[in-house]
Each structure stands twice: as structure tokens, then as C-alpha cells.
Design a protein around this ligand. Structure first.
Ligand code: FAD
Length: 572
């Protein structure tokens, strides 16, 4: 038996596994459904990150339900199915959210421990900032005093120039609307403006929760990690006062299609606690399979209710993404490389030889965040949903090539893509079970762009990046918007129709096991991450954020899991 069972060896789960086993007297079992990350080259080569999903063995290969506000389209919804979870397959953009994101979490949960004043310390535990791979002088590209240099996860600035970098930076000097931001991490520094991307890689290799937190703890005899182990449900182990205890976990070998065909079916019991870290999809699914959810819905699927809580799986919140592609007059984009297997092989070889070249870097070097102008008409009907007056509403990412997670690269042409993202969305969706078969994929409905605010913001973001690409810095480079839908979208109605036809996800789902104050019957977990109505059970992963942070979500998950580890240790 083990003191703690961690369900999901992903971003958060491996932080917990590491921190709890720092005490040699505490034993931890990690159950991970996915495969090993050992020897998965694409998970090591920074530039190949986007090839890890969708439709691979490293992905759960989910799709979203037809999205009503996106012309009924369905599309892939990647999640890491590999040790390290989504940190092993993501695009490695490193941020921690804004101070206002954390202060709102503290306000909503009634726990000042979630406020930025307290959370700031965990940067020192997670971050190990290292020089860029090309060793260039990074003065002015980040603010060292904001960062950690002795933590677990490697972070670095881009180590190779891309054709568009100097033009992006020049635009920040030409258009007052897009100021330069000297540090894009967030936290103590504003996210507003355009600056240099920080990535969770170092020495030309991805740094995931597996290569960092797990690698560092792997040799501890008190830590056991099982891969290919799919958790099917939690099992009630008794009561504790008015609470129902859930200290047992049923799991089986991954790869079955039903309970009847599952092999290796086993049940393990934790002496102290089960920690659910299966992510925003997995944790909500496992809770519901365990009877913790909407009793009416579950009984329709013949799942006996254990804790009736209709909030489980609800409040799904994600950032919608729109790839706006421009045709450019340059052969120096990555498009030629991506079409030429010889060039790709050379780049892989160069990476393998000495960890240099284009493949040792992330796919984008610059990005930025902005707010809608205060005079925007939407604010007469929708209260500002940002976490505070200095948190962004939308994001822009500059890619030196055709980037589109859904539409394949055309056979010819050179491109620049300016991705726009709504980072303070008001749309909410949900995750529900399709059946009582634990091997069936759940129904995932992020409900993208289903509110006036979200479609307004994406529309204004499209207008803004058109202004960006019209700055003098781009003359002689950008020839115009690519594709009829983008090129002909000038009226508000046309832009909205273009958006609905193309938008997908930037893979930041949260909220399906939302944190609320201990007294509140809304939400799923208390501020100490215990499940409402349950004993011996916590959720520690992205699903507990009641609002999606206005940044990329991996960094916030690392900080959350660090504090959760402290909370769990203190409760022991
Ligand atoms: P995960 O890291 O997904 O971990 C959940 C783990 O639980 C997985 O290992 C999974 O296999 C396992 N699991 C699930 N169900 C079960 C089960 N039944 N039994 C056993 N194990 C189970 N964020 C950024 O900050 N920057 C980026 O550039 C970025 N890009 C992204 C690109 C992609 C393609 C994706 C998918 C995500 C991206 N994100 C990015 C988001 C970020 O990676 C996630 O928010 C974060 O990693 C989530 O951490 P988590 O611990 O909640 O879940």
C-alpha cells in the first residue's frame, strides 16, 4: 500500500509526486494512462512539439462536439497521453498568469494563500532560467529579477533569429497601440505589449514535468510510477463524519475498449489520500465515473450516485484560437523547410549532433497581449470579464510560417501567421459522459465563441492585427491576407463569419472541477483542493481554476501544484 495515490502522471501530478516523496517516509504511487516519454524524439526536439498531436499515440485524440457558434464544426482537442502529460506535448510557451488572475482566485475561493503575494514564491521552485541556445546577449529581452534560476523546469529565450523577429520588434516602436513588453511571463510584470517568448526548454531540449520533477525524484525508493495504467474510477471506502471517503482507485491496463475486455484490473488503496491530477478532461471524467456528479445525468447512464454535485464537468473554459495567415514575399519563412524532407532530416541531424539549428528552438519567438479600448461598445452590455484592469483580453502570436492546427499547409507559398486568442472568454461549456464505459471518450463541449463578448473580442483582435501587419516595418514583406475569407473580411459581419469558419482551440481547458470557497455549494473543490462532500480525495490540476488565467496555462498549473504540495504536506 501507499500513503498517496496520484492519478495522472502529467504536469501537476509529477510535481505532487516529487514534492511528497521528498520525505523518505512518505510513499507515493503514480498511475499514468499514457506511454513513456523515454526515447520520444519529437517530445525532446523543441521545434517538433506541434507534431506530437493530434492523432498520435501521445495524444488522447479527443475531438470537441460540434460547436454551435463555429458553424457546427468539430475538431481535435489534444491532451497529453504520455508521462509528463500535456507538458510533454505542448508548445512550451512559458507564463504564470497575471497577478490579477491569482488575486481573483484568492477572492473567489476566500483563501488569500492563492493571491499573487503568496504564489510568487513558487516561481523560485519551478523555474530554472537558462541562457538561450545561441548564447546571445539577452539584455532587454527579459527581466532577470522576476525569474527563478534554481527551480526544476528549464526555461529560456529564443536561441535563433527568425526572419520576422526584427519586424515584430520594429512594429512596437512604430505603433503606440502595441508597446514593447520587456518580460512576457506575467506575475509581477504586466502582460500587456509585445515581447520575446519564453519557452520551457533549455540546451535545445524540451523540459517537461517528466524530464524535470520526475527525473529528479525517479530514483527514490518511496516513489512508484506505473505507465499504461488507466484509472477507471474511485471507490468509496467508508465515511468520515458527514463526508464520504474515496481512498481506493480501480485501474486497468490501457488500450482496452470496454470493462469486459480490460486486462490487469486492480484496486489499490491509499493510506492517506488519492490525488486526482488527470487534467481538465480526465479528472472530470473520473469523478463522474465514480458517481460524483450530476445524479440525474449519471443515473440515466446507470452509474450509482455517490455525491450529487451538478457542478462536476461544468464551467469548462478555454481560449479560442484563430490563425490569421498573411502571404509574404520571402523565401526565409519555415514553409520551405516544412515541405522538404531533406531539409527536415538535416535539421534533425544538426539537433542530434550538437543541439543547435532551427529544431533546437520553439516554433515562435515573439508574442504579445492587449486589452480592448475602454470605450469599446461591448462594455455597455458586458461587464469587463478580465481578472482586473491590467489583465489582457486577447493575445497575438507571430509565426514565421503557415500555422494552422486544423488546415494543412498549402503546397506552395510563403506565409506569416498572426494567431489571435481570446484570453478572457465568457463562454462556458462542459464535459459529460457518453456512457458508463470508462474507455469511452467523454463528450467535450467548450462552447467556443458562444457569447457576444468573445466574438466581439476576436473580431476586434483581427482588426488590430491587420493594423499591426500594415505598419511600415512590414512593407516589402507582407503582400496581403491569405485566403478569400480573410482577405474579404472587412465589415464586422464578414469578420465574424470568417472567425466562426476558422477558430479552434489553443488547448487551455480549465474549470471542470472549479475551486470555490469552503462554504459555497457551487463548484467542486474547496480552497485546499479537497473535493466537496468527500474525504481522502483532492483534485490538483488545471480543472480547479474557476476562471482560465489570461496567459498560457502550463505555468499556472506548475505554481498551483507546488502550493498544493505544501497544503497536502501541512495536512498530513
Ligand atoms: P495534464 O498535463 O494533461 O496531465 C493529465 C495526465 O493525466 C496525463 O498524463 C493523462 O494521460 C493522465 N490521465 C488522464 N486520464 C487518466 C486516467 N483515467 N488514468 C490515468 N491517467 C490519466 N500551455 C502553456 O502554458 N504553453 C503552451 O505552449 C501550451 N501549448 C499546449 C499545446 C497542446 C497541444 C496542449 C495539449 C496543451 C498546451 N498547453 C500549453 C496547455 C498546458 O499544457 C496544460 O494546461 C497543462 O499541461 C495541464 O496540466 P494538467 O496537470 O492539468 O494536465
Amino acid at each position: 500500500t501507499f500513503d498517496y495515490i496520484v492519478v495522472g502522471g502529467g504536469t501537476a501530478g509529477l510535481v505532487i509526486a516529487n514534492r511528497l516523496t521528498e520525505n523518505p517516509n512518505v510513499s507515493v504511487l503514480v498511475l499514468e494512462a499514457g506511454v513513456s516519454d523515454q526515447g520520444v524524439i519529437a517530445s525532446q526536439v523543441p521545434f517538433l512539439g506541434p507534431t506530437l498531436t493530434p492523432n498520435t499515440p501521445f495524444d488522447w485524440n479527443y475531438t470537441v462536439t460540434p460547436q454551435a457558434s463555429l458553424n457546427g464544426r468539430s475538431f481535435p482537442y489534444p491532451r497529453g497521453h504520455i508521462l509528463g502529460g500535456s507538458s510533454s506535448v505542448n508548445y512550451m510557451v512559458h507564463q504564470v498568469g497575471t497577478n490579477e488572475d491569482w488575486n481573483r482566485l484568492a477572492a473567489v475561493s476566500g483563501d488569500s494563500g492563492w493571491a499573487w503575494n503568496n504564489m510568487r514564491q513558487y516561481i523560485q521552485k519551478t523555474e530554472k532560467f537558462v541562457p538561450p541556445i545561441d548564447g546571445h546577449n539577452t539584455t532587454g529581452q527579459f527581466i532577470p529579477s522576476l525569474h527563478g534560476f534554481n527551480g526544476e523546469v528549464l526555461c529560456s529565450l529564443p536561441g535563433g533569429n527568425q526572419t520576422i523577429d526584427s519586424r515584430v520588434i520594429a512594429t512596437t516602436q512604430q505603433l503606440a497601440e502595441f508597446p514593447f513588453n520587456q518580460d512576457t511571463m506575467g506575475g509581477d510584470h504586466s502582460l500587456l505589449g509585445v515581447g520575446w517568448m519564453q519557452s520551457t526548454d533549455g540546451g535545445g531540449i524540451r523540459s517537461s514535468s517528466s524530464t524535470s520533477y520526475l527525473a529528479q525524484a525517479n530514483s527514490r525508493p518511496n516513489l512508484t510510477v506505473l505507465i499504461n495504467a488507466t484509472v477507471l474510477k474511485l471507490i468509496q471506502t467508508g465515511t468520515s463524519g458527514s463526508l464520504k471517503a474515496f481512498r481506493s482507485v480501480q485501474f486497468a491496463n490501457s488500450g482496452a475498449t470496454s470493462l469486459a475486455t480490460a486486462t490487469g484490473l486492480r484496486t489499490v488503496t491509499a493510506r492517506k489520500e488519492v490525488i486526482l491530477s488527470a487534467g481538465s478532461i480526465g479528472s472530470a471524467q473520473i469523478l463522474q465515473l465514480s458517481g460524483i456528479g450530476n445524479a440525474k445525468q449519471l443515473s440515466a447512464l446507470k452509474i450509482p450516485s455517490t455525491i450529487n454535485n451538478p457542478n462536476v464537468g461544468e464551467n469548462l473554459s478555454d481560449h479560442p484560437l484563430l490563425p490569421n495567415t498573411f502571404s509574404v514575399q520571402s523565401s526565409l519563412t519555415f514553409d520551405g523547410l516544412l515541405r522538404d524532407s531533406n531539409q527536415i532530416n538535416n535539421a534533425v541531424n544538426q539537433w542530434a549532433t550538437n543541439r543547435t539549428g532551427v529544431f533546437s528552438n520553439n516554433v515562435a519567438n515573439n508574442y504579445g497581449f492587449a486589452r480592448l479600448p475602454p470605450s469599446s461598445s461591448i462594455f455597455s452590455t458586458t461587464p469587463d470579464p478580465a481578472a482586473g484592469p491590467t489583465s489582457p483580453h486577447w493575445e497575438m502570436i507571430f509565426a514565421n510560417f503557415w500555422f494552422n492546427p486544423v488546415v494543412a499547409q498549402p503546397a506552395t507559398g510563403n506565409f506569416m501567421t498572426i494567431i489571435t486568442v481570446v484570453v478572457s472568454p465568457t463562454s462556458r461549456g462542459n464535459i459529460t459522459l457518453a456512457s458508463n464505459n470508462p474507455f469511452d471518450k467523454p463528450l467535450i463541449n467548450p462552447n467556443f465563441l458562444s457569447t457576444p463578448f468573445d466574438i466581439f473580442t476576436m473580431r476586434e483582435a483581427v482588426k488590430a492585427i491587420k493594423r499591426f501587419a500594415a505598419a511600415p516595418a512590414w512593407s516589402g514583406f507582407v503582400t496581403g491576407p491569405f485566403g478569400d475569407a480573410f482577405a474579404s473580411a472587412t465589415t464586422d459581419a464578414q469578420i465574424e463569419s470568417y472567425v466562426r469558419g476558422l477558430a479552434t482551440t489553443i488547448f487551455h481547458p480549465v474549470g471542470t472541477a472549479s475551486m470555490t470557497s469552503a462554504k459555497s455549494s457551487a463548484g467542486v473543490v474547496n480552497p485546499d483542493l479537497t473535493v466537496k462532500g468527500a474525504a481522502g480525495l483532492r483534485v490538483v490540476d488545471a480543472s480547479v481554476f474557476p476562471f482560465v488565467p489570461s496567459s498560457h496555462t502550463q505555468g499556472p498549473v506548475y505554481l498551483l501544484a507546488e502550493r498544493a504540495s505544501d497544503i497536502i504536506k501541512a495536512a498530513a
